[in-house]
Design a protein around this ligand. Sequence first.
Ligand code: BES
Ligand code: MN
Length: 453
Amino acid sequence: MIDAPENRAESLERLKTFLRIPSISTLPENKPDIRLAAEFVLGELKSAGLSTRLIVDSEGGGNPLVYGEWLGAAGKPTVLCYGHYDVQPPDPLDEWKSPPFEPDVRGDDIFARGSSDDKGQTYILIRAVAGLLKTHGRLPVNVRFLVEGEEETGGEHIERYVATRPPELACDAAIICDTEMFAPGLPTICVGLRGIVYGELHVEGANHDLHSGVYGGAAPNPIQAIAEILTALKDRDGRIRIPGFHARIVPPGDEERQAWTRLPFNEDEYTRAEMGARELTGEPDIPLFERLWARPTLEVHGIRGGFAGEGAKTVIPARAVAKLSARLVADQDPGEAFEQLQRAVAAACPRGVTAEFRLIHGAAPSLVDPRNRFIRAAAEAMTGVFGRETVYIRSGGSIPIVGLFDRHLGIPSVMMGFGLPDDNLHAPNEKLHLPNFFRGIVAVARYLELLGE
Ligand code: BES
Ligand code: MN
């Protein structure tokens, strides 16, 4: 019934409305859109029949948290549904085939920023609950919703909120739709995520820009210094050279490693079609899925400084900044990893410049034990709806709330993802496969029903 054509049509129309709101959390000029997106989620939950409110950090700032609850299933478990309504910036804009905030259905896919990450998937949770309430007038379990607007920028305010262990978050497990299926049609539960330390490396040389002919050979160059620091921190084989960085890493067990080798995978297609790359890089002696899911990374995201416009300018810049992040795996600690990075930067800093690594945000890695009843019920629901055995994978991405739910609420997170590997998350032409959207709604509803039995 949830899957009735009129419900599908309405789900799709409402999703488009949600996707039209450019709720980009990192850009100050989109603050009003953040508000609109929060109000959209609030309105959807309210019209589904939940009690709702917006939670705004009392110390000011922070994007609203949307809270909703339906607690009429006495004696049944309580499930906390988490999602995020904020999105990444859409640029480079000219690479989009249709405008990022004008959702466009082409074939079986809907294209828009946030379609997969995470408005479309958050909306799966909302429509599942709304559909159950509409059909039966009640839910098989108790349900709470927590939908945030800062996930893509590190989730600073939700961290403070969850750390206070508020009574309205009392629950038995969380469900999150913000991950990917391993392959089309293959139901997938994600049981591990990497953490992250994101920061800026500030390097200063002379106190003003210098003529590169007149001073070259004597002047320190901050961009060269950044290059030297980066190559000292990670070698040509992709091995991180930060003292102590690997000390806490727990390698995956044999059973999990074995399961990864059975996943349907074509490395050439992954490299050429999905990534559009020439070849894979990284630690040569470590299998691919372990490199992606169970090893830390160090990546540079951008370098600012000097002259980067058209044409030529002969200058030695006075300063430069590099944006860096390290992905972390269990049991690395973001605070400790940040300090290790700071020390490694100081040790690698060449003569004539100062270098300082400043934190922007951090999140802990997470691992969920797949043997609990919530994950088992989710796998059963997914297997039933997709008609194939559910696989368990990890993911290299980060969802900070998973570690926080574990640490502060002591609850497992069930990550039922309906994205696909070619959804173009954070990239131009992000899309969501509509059959996954509709099946996702049915699978989440089925999951809640199984938990209520
Ligand atoms: N949904 C993604 C993370 C993800 C992507 C998990 C694919 C599994 C598969 C999430 O919204 C995201 O992108 N998170 C950021 C978090 C960071 C800014 C703290 C990330 O991983 O870069
Ligand atoms: Mn996401």
